[in-house]
Design a protein around this ligand. Sequence first.
Ligand code: SIN
Ligand code: FE2
Length: 217
Amino acid sequence: MTLSLFGNADDDQTWREELAPGAVVLRGFALPDETGLVAAIDAVTTQSPFRNMETPGGYRMSVAMSGCGEYAWVTDTSGYRYQSMDPMTGKPWPSMPAVFRSLAERAAMRAGFEGFAPDSCLINRYEIGARMSLHQDKNEKDFNAPIVSVSLGLPAVFLFGGLNRSDKSLRVQLAHGDVVVWGGPARLRYHGVMPLAAGVHPLMGAQRINLTFRKVA
Ligand code: SIN
Ligand code: FE2
């Protein structure tokens, strides 16, 4: 008998849910790393604090954001883009913590995307009521690489749509430790997050934190 590196849950695959071709939820995949992830989030956001950015249309986003790696996504009245400097600090974004990179690479691999090498991680903080409207991740140069999205803290309803904004969305409950990976034929699917319901998470408090890893350049 060979021992499974991933425990018994690996045998029945109940932790792996296919959303669409190229899109999968890995239930609880980040749980073994939760302590390291929380410490790394604190370290990154001490250097580059969470902030509510403004959209080109002049709205203040309900989700507060930070980032790390070579690039992170920013928006202001002049548009949205990736950049290597944090406009708030005038310095490069903090480097990507090893615990982040390792988790993202392993999750991509488990979802069937070999050799994912993220150069960007966005950190989204949802307080109660915060939401993210349906959008595509399409500011990256390389659509061959998947998106790896890690959920921590309060549960949320993730909307996973199609390639057109008007396509019906799946409503997927995401809990602390769940990781969603979408790439290949699913790479440009619309997605979003419903307003965060009130609650208190034992480790994270009254918030949800999402990490999204991308290959930007
Ligand atoms: C995003 O699409 O950037 C965030 C998704 C999430 O918070 O789960
Ligand atoms: Fe997104």
